[in-house]
Ligand binder design. Structure first.
Ligand code: CA
Ligand code: CA
Length: 101
């Protein structure tokens, strides 16, 4: 009987791994401008991008979401673009298609 329980537990572990893998692979929110990938575009994204570009902060977890001007590069223009959107009602963030296969 204990052997059956071990086999069942092993099977459940295998299923958990199989179902968890796609979740990890699709972790990005997919929201253009969500630089820190927390599911919303807020001033925290401006801070995150500033820290990455100028203060040695970690790179954006999902580069496509940080490329807010959609030119396929992450630089100061993205920071200005995001600040203009957040503070002045500028155009909404967009993304480089190459970042989102
Ligand atoms: Ca965010
Ligand atoms: Ca860009």
């Amino acid at each position: 009987m204990s052997r059956k329980l071990v086999l069942i537990a092993l099977g459940l572990c295998c299923l958990a791994i199989l179902y968890a893998a796609p979740t990890i692979a699709n972790a990005c929110s997919g929201i253009a401008g969500d630089v820190n990938d927390d599911g919303a575009v807020t001033s925290a994204d401006i801070t995150f991008l500033y820290n990455y570009l100028f203060a040695g902060g970690p790179p954006p977890p999902c580069p496509g979401q940080a490329d807010v001007d959609g030119d396929c590069d992450i630089d100061i223009a993205d920071l200005v673009y995001l600040m203009n959107f957040m503070r002045n009602g500028g155009p909404a963030p967009r993304s480089c298609p190459a970042h989102f296969p």
